[in-house]
Design a protein around this ligand. Structure first.
Ligand code: 13P
Length: 287
């Protein structure tokens, strides 16, 4: 059953859990994530589709596939979320395609402009019953980053400004910068739980952690304890699938390659396994 992120994130925050938001861009990722959530006991899950994957699939295709795989299951709460989008026209298109929540990423804009556009997106989305994630501060890009670029600099979210931003825009969830990076870390992660605590005190809405890949589990759990209710995972899930595909390829002779269908199955299975583990970790079911 498709739903927006509001109820799932509010419940998660109250219960000191987080909902996994996994990036999807093909049949294998959508099916792998859906299987993971089902096996985790119909756990709420977010299928996140980023603007950059529009060359892989259209938004209508993502919606149709998600419906075909999960839409008729009344027990499985799934949010279909537009990840990192800075174009209000694309946000409208996502809502037309039936996405249940959207992220307006104005983090590269001057603060006042970020407020103005995020507020406008909130008005448009709320009128249609969709939820909005905004972003304040910015993440650096690590290795193999899909969302960030070499020019991205780390800028921690300012707690007071975050409170003002939430009030001024009406966002339902706020992505914060506290030391995670998009992609895999180049060095040792330094996750600033002290800053997160202050942000969480200042704004009571669910907070979002981008750059989940490679973050030590103890840090992820500390983030959940301090207000993070949604954790974005992309690179690590993709790497698990590519590793599985490499494994299948390595077992077959060069002149007798495996059938493409077996690569697809290996990929789905790896996404399922990796996503399920994170869903359970985020729900406190692995300790
Ligand atoms: P990672 O690739 O580091 O998991 O980040 C994903 C992300 O934040 C998507 O918005």
């Amino acid at each position: 059953m498709l739903t927006n992120i509001n109820d799932m994130l509010r419940d998660a925050k109250r219960e000191r859990k987080a909902v996994g938001a996994f990036n999807v861009y093909n049949f294998d990722t959508i099916r792998g994530v859906a299987m993971a959530a089902k096996e985790a006991g119909d756990a709420p899950v977010i299928m996140a589709f980023g603007q950059k994957y529009l060359t892989n699939m259209s938004m209508k295709e993502v919606r149709s596939l998600t419906d075909a795989i999960t839409g008729t299951d009344p027990d499985l709460p799934i949010a279909l979320h537009l990840d990192h989008c800075s174009d209000p026209d694309l946000i409208r298109e996502a809502m037309d395609a039936g996405f249940t929540s959207v992220m307006f990423d104005g983090s590269r804009l001057p603060y006042e402009e970020n407020v103005r556009l995020t507020k406008a997106v909130c008005q448009m989305a709320h009128a249609r019953g969709r939820s909005v994630e905004g972003e304040l501060g910015s993440l650096a890009a690590g290795r193999s980053s899909e969302e960030g670029g070499a020019e991205d600099r780390e800028r921690y979210t300012d707690p007071d400004q975050a409170a003002e931003f939430v009030k001024a825009t009406g966002v339902d969830a706020l992505a914060v910068s506290i030391g995670t990076v998009h992609g895999m870390y180049q060095g040792t992660p330094n996750i600033r739980i002290d800053i997160l605590k202050e942000i969480n005190e200042a704004c009571r809405i669910p907070l979002v952690l981008h750059g989940g890949s490679g973050t030590p589990e103890k840090d992820l759990l500390a983030c959940i304890e301090n207000g993070i209710a949604k954790i974005n995972m992309n690179t690590e899930i993709s790497q698990a699938a590519v590793k599985a595909i490499r494994g299948v390829l390595a077992e077959s002779p060069e002149n007798d390659p495996p059938h493409l269908s077996s690569l697809s199955l290996a990929s789905q299975e790896a996404v399922r396994g990796a996503a399920k583990r994170y869903i359970q970790l985020f729900r406190g079911e692995l300790q």
